[in-house]
Design a protein around this ligand. Structure first.
Ligand code: ARG
Length: 588
């Protein structure tokens, strides 16, 4: 019997089956398998404790019964009972070897992981900037975190639909069209379109103060756009097109390819149905001409809240808004894409909006008997400087994302050039691109997304610590072993490898098997930092192994098993870094 990719899940299945045979499963026994403190084993099952407490039994006796029932596990594990009733599992060296032997490529790791979301479709809504505006540093997180989540979901078997939900509709387009018709600089629009659109919007805004005839004119432009005036529609389309082309340059650098760019405007003709169905199901009600939804079970969204804050399905002037389009979006993703899961990645400040949205969708779909997908709002904190304040340019302006990525590459180029002055410039540029962009991505992903992201060039570009350069360097270092020994890492000579023996070999082998747990945790919680932490620990285990155990030795069996460990470290690091959206390098 060979061990599957996810050893913890395998233990869970076996222990449940054992409990079933003992008649405990029906009484709610949950094995509670988790990764153990390495001092005790590889995995630990704590479930006997809670169960025995509830059933007023002796936990150690319950644990012992289960261990006796699951005797087949002792083929792969050393089992021990500890404390009041923990079961510890330590993989036997031969089983470690079997697992590592079987998981020999990125493809096979993927096959192993793909059970978690097999046959599921997930729509991920991320980046989603507003058109006619520059992407700035605040837009970085949604793009970087969203892409990592897409890759994790796809790796675990889901069909992933990447949807860029552009903010491409709204009252601002009246002012923009007003200004465009008067002051557009065609040349500027060619060279830096978004810069020019931002300039025009500012002009338009300044020229249309509250109560002015100019504002009336801007509003007429908006109505013309909304009622399909060909000239205004063409202008609006042009704004979207040039914006998207500029965004695309950023996406290219971050390795992001969207399947769809279904912005707010796409839902224009889909909001009527939302109004109708929310009215007919009596979820929405009239409030001074607006159509709103209250959630009376919720302290802040109830009609009795201190400051009532209903979900605004349709505004009093009849216009749709952010809530209307997001409701229509949820329905479209469910019906058209047949989504099993929907993930929206935004700043934490949109928390209330999505809480109200999801509450409304749940009731609406239940009332209409629509299938409800899993709904996740993936939030993240602000980007701050090391002083804890919002990140700004030296003169206090917002940092444009393009400038930030340029700076990352420049800084990485200086580093690479200092370290490897002899490499040809073109190669140093290439390395700097991967290291620079990778550092920005990794620094964002390696911190728990719920916290503020403290942006520090020095930390993210450091060659040691939990950073992209450290991990990319670890990859290059493993590759160099193969290069120096003139071996092809695509076909490592590992036949005849024996089971790990030395303390460092064993520790590294155990770490390799834990890749499955890191993937499981990062995907279940939609938190890529768990994967980052794992990769950092894996690189550490590899360093310790490399320092202690010479790889290229004469004994063919020892050499083969050490090369096997090197190779599996290489594919695991590469697979993990690719899941985070990084490009890995042959040398650094
Ligand atoms: N355009 C919005 C913003 O820039 C983000 C949209 C997120 N997605 C959504 N379905 N609301 O804040």
């Amino acid at each position: 019997m060979s061990l599957p990719f996810n050893v913890a899940a395998h233990l869970d299945t076996r222990l449940r089956a054992a409990a079933d045979r003992l008649g405990l499963a029906g009484r709610g026994f949950d094995p509670e398998v988790r990764v153990a403190d390495p001092a005790h084993g590889d995995f630990q099952a704590n479930g006997a404790l809670a169960f025995a407490k509830r059933e007023k039994q002796n936990p150690r006796a319950v644990a012992q019964q289960i261990v006796d029932q699951a005797a087949e596990l002792s083929a792969d594990f050393d089992l021990t009972l500890a404390g009041p009733g923990f079961i510890n599992f330590r993989l036997k060296p031969a089983s470690l070897l079997a697992w590592i032997g079987a998981h020999d490529s990125e493809e096979h790791l993927r096959t192993g992981a793909s059970a978690a979301h097999a046959n599921q479709t997930w729509v991920v809504d991320y980046s989603s900037p507003n058109t006619a505006k520059q992407m700035h540093v605040g837009h970085l997180r949604s793009a970087v975190i969203g892409e990592a989540i897409c890759r994790l979901l796809a790796f675990t078997g889901a069909k992933v639909i990447r949807d860029n939900h552009l903010g491409d509709w709204g009252t601002q387009f009246g002012k923009l069209i007003y200004a465009y018709k008067r002051w557009v600089d065609d040349e500027a629009l060619m060279t830096d379109p978004i810069e020019e659109l931002e300039r025009l919007y500012k002009l338009g805004h300044a020229a249309t103060p509250e109560g002015s005839p100019e504002l009336e004119e801007a509003k007429r432009e908006l109505v013309k756009l909304q009622t399909g005036d060909p000239q205004n529609v063409a202008l609006w389309k042009k704004f979207s097109d040039v914006s998207l082309a500029a965004f695309q340059q950023i996406y290219d650098r971050l390795g992001i390819v969207f399947d769809h760019n279904l912005g707010e405007s796409f839902y224009n003709d889909k909001v009527e149905r939302v109004y109708r169905e929310l009215t007919e199901t009596k979820l929405a009600e009239d409030s001074a001409g607006a159509l709103v939804v209250f959630h009376d079970e919720h302290p802040r969204f109830s009609r009795n809240a201190e400051r009532p804050n209903p979900f605004m399905v349709r505004k009093a002037d009849g216009a749709s808004g952010y809530a209307s389009t997001d409701l229509a979006t949820a329905l479209y993703r469910t019906e058209h894409f047949k989504a099993d899961g929907i993930v929206v990645v935004t700043d934490f400040r949109q928390g209330d909006h999505f809480e109200q949205l999801f509450l409304t969708v749940k009731k609406w779909f239940a009332a209409k008997s629509y299938r409800l997908p899993e709904l996740h709002h993936v939030t993240f904190g602000a980007v701050t400087g090391e002083d804890g304040k919002a990140l700004k340019t030296r003169d206090g302006g917002v940092i444009k994302l393009k400038a930030l990525l340029d700076e990352a590459e420049d800084r990485a180029f200086a580093l690479v050039s200092a370290k490897n002055p002899d490499l040809p410039e073109e190669e140093r540029r290439e390395i700097a691109r991967a290291v620079g962009i990778g550092s920005v991505q990794y620094a964002d992903l390696s911190q728990n997304r719920s916290s503020n992201y403290v942006f520090s060039w020095d930390k993210m570009l450091a060659l040691d610590g939990n950073t992209a350069p450290y991990l990319l360097y670890a990859v290059a270092r493993v590759r160099s072993i193969f290069r120096k020994a003139e071996l092809d890492p695509a076909q490592p000579p590992v036949a005849g490898a024996t089971a790990p023996e030395t303390a460092q070999e064993l520790a590294l082998a155990r770490k390799l098997v834990q890749f499955a747990d890191a993937i499981q945790l990062a995907t279940a919680q939609l938190r890529p930092h768990f994967l980052c932490l794992y990769l950092f620990e894996l690189a550490g285990a590899y360093s310790a192994f490399y320092a202690a155990d010479k790889v290229i030795v004469d004994d063919p069996a020892v050499r083969a098993r050490r090369l096997l460990l090197c190779h599996r470290t290489l594919i695991t690091l590469q697979t993990g870094l690719h899941l985070l959206g990084l490009r890995t390098l042959e040398r650094m």
